[in-house]
Design a binder for this molecule. Structure first.
Ligand SMILES: Cc1cc2nc3c(=O)[nH]c(=O)nc-3n(C[C@H](O)[C@H](O)[C@H](O)COP(=O)(O)O)c2cc1C
Length: 473
C-alpha cells in the first residue's frame, strides 16, 4: 500500500498489526486506546488480531492461528494491546507466544518494531510490561517503551495529546529503523544442578490440626521439584495434601467478564471457583511448588492464577502461611521473584521463604527445605504475622482505593474490606483530623514551628521509648 508525500512521490505506508490480548475482544477497553493511537496516525495501514478472545477456551481454531502468524510475519510493526491480569498479561497472551514457540514460528517476529498499550489499575503493571518487553526482545523485536493507562486517561484531552505524540514517535522509530536499547537480560538456558537428597526420613506422628496443601505443577516425577516436595513433606510435622494444578479440568481461561464481581458466580461452569474458595478458606498453610519457564512460570500457573480472580479482590490467604519451592532459573528473572514477594505481601500470606533449586549443594538445599518445614509449623502455631513493605503496602492502597471507589458494585469485596478494616483512609481517623486541625492553626506561627523542630526527636519516639523502657511485653 502506498500514498503520496508532499512532493507527490509515492511513499510506502507502515503496516501495523494490533494484537489484542484482552479476552473481551471488541469490548476491550485497552483496544479503544490502541485504536485511538492508530486512527490518529497518518500513513499507517493496520489490522487487528484478537488473540485474547480466540485463545480463551481450551480448544482453539488452528486455521485462525496459522493466519494470525502469517499476518504478523507480513506486517512491519506490532502494537500489543493488553490488559494487566494478575500482575502480568492474561494467560491467553502467554499461550500465544507459547504456541508460536511450539510451532517453531518465532521468525515471524524477527526484526520487527513493537510497543504496547496496557490498560489496568497500575497494580504491578510494571511486571507485565517487563515480561512483554523481555519476551519480545528474546524474539529479536525492537521494543519501544509502551503506555500503561487507566480506565479514565483517554477521556482527558491533555492525555490524548500525549498519546498522539507517543504514536508518532513510535511510527518514526519504525520508519527510521532507529536502534533501540535492549532492556532485558539475555536468558542463559542453564539447567539447575540435579538435586540429590539423602534417602527420605519421614518423621512419624504427623499432626492433623493444621490443614496444609501443596499446590504444584509437578508431582511424583524424576525432577528437582518433585524431590523438593518429597524432602519438604517428609520433614514437615503436619499431614500434607498435594494438588497438581495440571489435573484440574479447566473449561477455559478467565474471560474478564466480571460476572464474579457483579453476580457472584463465575461464568465458567467447571467448578474452579468453588474448588479455589474451598481451598483457601479451609487451609492454614498453602505451599507453592513451581517451575520457572522462560520469563515466568509454567504457563499453567497463569491459567490457574487468572481464574482465582473469581474470588474477587479478597485476599483470602491473609494471616495464613505459605512458602515457595522453585525449580528453574529464578535468579535470571527478578520479575518472577518480585511477583512472588508482591503476592505474599499484598495478600499478607506470611511466606516463610522462597527456596530455589539453583543451590548447587544438594545437602544445603535439603537442609533449607527441612528448616523451612520446621519454621512454617512454628510460625503457624505462633500465629506469626510478618512485617509489611512497599510491595504490600503500596499494592493494598491501590486495591483499597479501587474497591472503595466501586463499593456499590463490588459488594462482596466491599464487605471483606470493611470487615477487615482495610479502609485505612487517614480521613477516617478522628484524632488525626483534630491533630491536623490544631497543628494547622498553630503552625501558622514561626515560634511554634521552631519549638516543634527543637522538640521533634524526643516527641516522635516518646510512646515507643516509654514502652521499651518499661520492659512491657
Ligand atoms: C482476571 C483479572 C485480573 C486482573 N489483574 C489486574 C492486575 O494485576 N493489575 C491491574 O492493574 N489490573 C488488573 N485487572 C484489571 C484490568 O487490567 C483492567 O480492568 C483492564 O482495563 C481491562 O482491560 P480490557 O477491557 O482491555 O480487558 C485485572 C482484571 C481481571 C479480569
Amino acid at each position: 500500500m502506498t500514498h503520496r508525500n508532499i512532493k507527490g512521490q509515492h511513499m510506502k505506508k507502515t503496516n501495523m498489526v494490533l494484537v489484542n490480548a484482552s479476552p473481551k475482544g471488541e469490548y476491550s477497553l485497552t483496544l479503544q486506546y490502541a485504536k485511538y493511537l492508530l486512527i490518529h496516525e497518518q500513513d499507517v495501514e493496520w489490522t487487528i488480531i484478537h488473540v485474547g478472545e480466540k485463545l480463551t477456551d481450551m480448544s482453539y481454531d488452528t486455521a485462525w492461528f496459522d493466519e494470525a502468524c502469517a499476518t504478523i510475519g507480513a506486517y512491519d510493526a506490532i502494537i500489543w494491546a493488553t490488559p494487566v491480569y494478575t500482575m502480568l498479561v492474561p494467560w491467553q497472551c502467554i499461550r500465544f507466544f507459547d504456541l508460536v514457540k511450539k510451532a517453531g514460528r518465532q521468525s515471524i517476529f524477527s526484526g520487527k518494531y513493537a510497543t504496547s498499550v496496557m490498560s489496568c489499575f497500575h497494580y504491578y503493571d510494571h511486571l507485565a510490561e517487563e515480561w512483554l518487553r523481555g519476551t519480545c526482545e528474546d524474539l529479536g523485536i525492537s521494543f519501544i517503551e509502551g503506555m500503561s493507562v487507566d480506565n479514565k486517561d483517554l477521556l482527558s484531552k491533555e492525555f490524548r495529546t500525549s498519546m498522539r505524540f507517543f504514536m508518532s514517535e513510535f511510527h518514526l522509530a519504525c520508519k527510521q529503523k532507529v536502534p533501540v536499547p535492549r532492556k532485558s537480560r539475555i536468558l542463559e538456558h542453564i539447567d539447575s544442578p540435579r538435586f540429590a537428597p539423602s534417602p527420605n526420613r519421614e518423621i512419624s506422628g504427623k499432626k492433623t490440626d493444621i490443614r496444609t496443601v501443596i499446590l504444584t505443577d509437578e508431582k511424583g516425577k524424576d525432577g528437582n521439584l518433585s524431590r523438593m516436595i518429597e524432602v519438604f513433606a517428609a520433614a514437615y510435622p503436619n499431614q500434607i495434601e498435594i494438588v497438581d494444578i495440571n489435573d484440574f479440568p479447566y473449561e477455559g481461561a478467565c474471560q474478564g467478564c466480571l460476572r464474579c464481581e457483579l453476580v457472584g458466580d463465575c461464568d465458567r461452569k467447571d467448578g474452579f471457583q468453588k474448588f479455589y474458595q474451598d481451598l483457601v478458606n479451609t487451609c492454614d498453610v498453602l505451599i507453592h511448588a513451581i517451575t520457572v519457564e522462560d520469563r515466568y512460570l509454567k504457563p499453567i500457573w497463569k491459567l490457574f492464577l487468572d481464574r482465582t480472580f473469581s474470588n474477587g479482590h479478597r485476599t483470602s490467604m491473609m494471616g495464613k502461611h505459605t512458602c515457595y519451592l522453585v525449580a528453574g532459573h529464578l535468579s535470571q528473572v527478578p520479575g518472577v521473584r518480585q511477583f512472588l514477594e508482591g503476592k505474599d505481601h499484598v495478600g499478607r500470606e506470611n511466606s516463610m521463604g522462597i527456596i530455589s533449586d539453583e543451590e548447587p549443594d544438594s545437602s544445603r538445599l535439603e537442609m533449607m527445605l527441612i528448616d523451612c518445614a520446621g519454621r512454617i509449623d512454628r510460625a503457624v502455631r505462633a500465629k506469626y504475622q510478618k512485617g509489611n513493605n512497599f510491595l504490600g503496602v503500596g499494592g493494598m492502597k491501590i486495591f483499597r482505593d479501587l474497591i472503595y471507589g466501586m463499593r456499590g458494585v463490588v459488594r462482596d469485596d466491599h464487605r471483606f474490606y470493611k470487615k477487615r478494616k482495610l479502609y485505612d483512609f487517614p480521613q477516617k481517623n478522628i484524632p488525626n483530623q483534630l491533630f491536623n486541625l490544631f497543628m494547622g492553626v498553630a503552625f501558622m506561627f514561626k515560634p511554634v514551628r521552631l519549638q516543634a523542630y527543637l522538640r521533634m526527636k524526643p516527641l516522635y519516639i516518646q510512646q515507643h521509648k516509654r514502652l521499651v523502657d518499661s520492659k512491657k511485653l
